[in-house]
Design a protein around this ligand. Structure first.
Ligand code: NDP
Ligand code: GDP
Length: 330
């Protein structure tokens, strides 16, 4: 039985990856920073919480990472933990640099010190492309991050490559474009929109305040994307891969889709609010996943319409549960 250690196990991707690996017969260990509030809801929602071994630890505490490595003795380590919200990264740039950037080196060091043979996955991001240097971004596109989050991730990305080249470790980096699901955090725009659609439809909210709705993202489904992480670690040689759908959509059109799915017109509800605009924006992202297709046999299998429908349905059920009323949703 293969063993995997996941940092960020309580996040969106951590939950889907846990489920994916358990279904493959892995023994799954997850690092958990116990910081008070209920962070286990995603693992509960996927029904995997009782099948994962949780190990106390924090990305900023190298000793806890070494102990987690010793306790789990993993064949594969997935480094998913991060302060992952771009907007917050301007408000907490130092914390973001420490958790999202520096702490990746803590994990790399913990692997190097305990078992250099363990395979390592780094959760890199399309935010590293930022102010894009090419109209469609691939593994060859130069980086130009536009936020403390993007800069921190770029540091972690290069450190991953450096450990691969310096120590011959099996370190791979997945440059993942935005991926969403019903388990996405409410602070991210897709989930903010689908949750609001459900609340507006059920009469619990009157409007939706958003920042820049002209920006464009290449949105995929998280359930598809965790498979790509695993595939990278099954390759003989470690490498870096862009994971994307190859289609880009404005925030505005994503809103239109979500409201339309619930029989509403977004123009009646969406209000622009400066508060949600960013000091520097990433205007457009669109990835070229050709390498992942050729080498990993990976392809996104969920379109944006299907993804948004899945998210609106899940939020309708949640909002319904909250108010305990009969379900008016057809
Ligand atoms: P989430 O924000 O949902 O999850 C982040 C995870 O990191 C949570 O489990 C969180 O724990 C954990 N974490 C944060 N700080 C610490 C810490 N100090 N010590 C230990 N754990 C910590 O992110 P996603 O699941 O969406 O993304 C997974 C990774 O992929 C992240 O690194 C993200 O930056 C990256 N990424 C995501 C993309 C996306 O579109 N989703 C795109 C490209 C990259 P807790 O629950 O306790 O807060
Ligand atoms: P990001 O690509 O990692 O920053 O993912 P987000 O989901 O946070 O943001 C995607 C895009 O939506 C960015 O261009 C944001 O500026 C834009 N956006 C517009 N309004 C909002 C909002 O209210 N919240 C968030 N999170 N993003 C918004």
């Amino acid at each position: 039985m293969k063993r995997a250690l996941i940092t960020g196990v309580t996040g969106q991707d951590g939950a889907y990856l846990s489920q994916f690996l358990l279904n493959k017969g892995y023994q799954v260990f997850g690092l958990i920073a116990r910081r008070g509030s209920d962070t286990l809801w995603r693992l509960r929602e996927l029904g995997v919480i009782d099948r994962i071994e949780l190990i106390d630890g924090d990305m900023l505490d190298l000793s806890s990472l070494i102990r987690a490595m010793e306790a789990s003795r993993p064949d594969e380590v997935y480094n998913l933990a991060a302060q992952s919200f771009v907007h917050t990264s301007w408000k907490q740039p130092i914390l973001t640099a420490q958790v999202t950037g520096m702490a990746a080196v803590n994990v790399l060091e913990a692997v190097r010190l305990t078992n250099q043979k363990a395979r390592f996955y780094q959760a890199s991001t399309s935010e590293m492309f930022g102010k894009i240097r090419e109209p469609v971004q691939s593994e060859q596109t130069p980086f130009y991050p536009r936020s403390p989050y993007g800069v921190s991730k770029l540091f972690a990305h290069w450190m991953t490559i450096n450990y691969r080249e310096s120590f011959g470790m099996h370190c791979s980096s997945g440059i993942l474009f935005n991926h969403e699901s019903p388990l996405r955090g409410l602070e991210f725009v897709t989930r903010k929109v689908t949750d609001s659609v459900a609340r507006i439809k059920l009469g619990k909210q009157k409007e939706l305040r958003l920042g820049n709705i002209d920006s464009k993202r290449d949105w995929g489904y998280a359930g598809d994307y965790v498979r790509a992480m695993w595939l990278m670690l099954q390759q003989h040689e470690p490498d870096d891969y862009v994971i994307a759908t190859g289609r880009t959509t404005t925030v505005r059109d994503m809103c239109r889709l979500a409201f339309e799915y619930a029989g509403l017109d977004y123009r009646d509800y969406v209000v622009t609010d400066e508060k949600f605009c960013r000091p520097a924006e990433v205007d457009v992202l669109i990835g070229n996943p050709a390498k992942a297709k050729a080498r990993l046999g990976w392809e996104a299998s969920t379109g944006l319409e299907e993804l948004i429908a899945m998210m609106v349905d899940a939020d309708m059920r949640r909002v319904e549960r909250e108010r305990g009323a009969a379900n008016p949703w057809p």
